[in-house]
Design a protein around this ligand. Structure first.
Ligand code: COA
Length: 249
């Protein structure tokens, strides 16, 4: 199976589907680049009203491809994972996510930058950065303590504890938890298509207003995290933990 992001256009909606099922949709450098370019094109395309990011009904993503982290660790903020984060951070169109099954690492943190998140109750989210010798990314060290308080955020970021889709919705990380993966995907598509009936200019201004208060601080934190993350990837702690995943069988 080739690494792939499937792009599908349905009226004013662009769907980006993570499609690498044999590797639990783990994101390669090529997939990040495809995602980034698609988000940038969607942002510039006046005929598109919204973007939907989804995996399958049973798996969102196992996060960054661990082999890529070992073989070609991102070296600077222009590297594919950061290019993707910037494109999502800068996207002025509403971004909806549909999540089922595992949503690990970047699979959880990217949700913090989507506008609406529909998730299956039994989805399994986790940010095992410390467990892998790494550190938080993509603004999560700022967003999560603000959203949850330090003590709860520490459970997720320092201990890397897993949590369910139901908890994600209760804590404000997701919009709504649904009974199954199929239900989450169907609801996300239905909501994303609703944007074609809403005035795009008003939608964009509203998103901009909702994001503008924290934007500069968040941009700085994302850069700081990115610099530390690239250093951590080269640390003996991270190399041992990531290699352990590859050789665990
Ligand atoms: N990078 C590369 N390959 C990955 C991967 C990742 N992040 N996550 C899973 N895979 C691969 C596995 O190596 C396996 O490949 P193989 O069949 O060739 O051996 C395949 O995907 C299926 O994974 P498996 O672990 O057997 O599936 P599972 O259903 O038992 O568990 C997960 C699913 C997501 C819970 C588990 O794969 C996992 O914990 N992955 C790593 C998550 C992670 O730490 N991500 C990085 C965060 S920074």
């Amino acid at each position: 199976m080739t690494d792939a992001i499937l792009l599908q256009r349905e009226r004013g909606l662009l769907t980006l589907q993570l499609n690498r099922p044999d590797k639990k949709n783990a994101l390669t450098r090529a997939m990040y680049t495809q995602l980034a370019e698609a988000l940038e094109r969607a942002d510039a395309d006046a005929t598109l009203n919204a973007v939907l990011i989804q995996g399958s009904h049973e798996c969102f993503t196992a996060g960054n491809d661990i082999g890529d982290f070992l073989d070609q660790p991102p070296s600077d903020l222009d590297s594919p994972p950061f290019h993707f984060m910037q494109s999502l951070f800068n996207c002025r169109k509403p971004v909806v996510a549909a999540v089922a099954g595992p949503a690990i690492g970047i699979g959880t943190t990217l949700l913090l930058h989507c506008d609406l998140v529909y998730i299956s109750r039994d989805a399994r989210l986790r940010m095992p950065f410390v467990n892998l010798g790494l550190c938080p990314e993509f603004g999560s060290s700022l967003i999560l303590p603000r959203l949850l308080g330090h003590a709860k955020a520490a459970q997720l970021l320092l201990l890397g504890e897993a949590f369910s889709g139901e908890q994600a919705a209760a804590w404000g990380i997701a919009t709504e938890a649904l009974s199954s993966g199929d239900a989450a995907l169907a609801k996300a598509r239905e909501v994303a298509l609703r944007f074609e009936h809403l005035a795009l200019g008003a939608v964009q201004v509203t998103k901009q207003l909702m994001k503008s208060v924290d934007r500069e601080q968040l941009r700085q934190v994302i850069e700081e995290e990115g610099a530390l993350f690239t250093q951590r990837l080269r640390s003996p702690e991270a190399i041992a933990a990531l290699s352990g995943f590859i050789t665990r069988r």
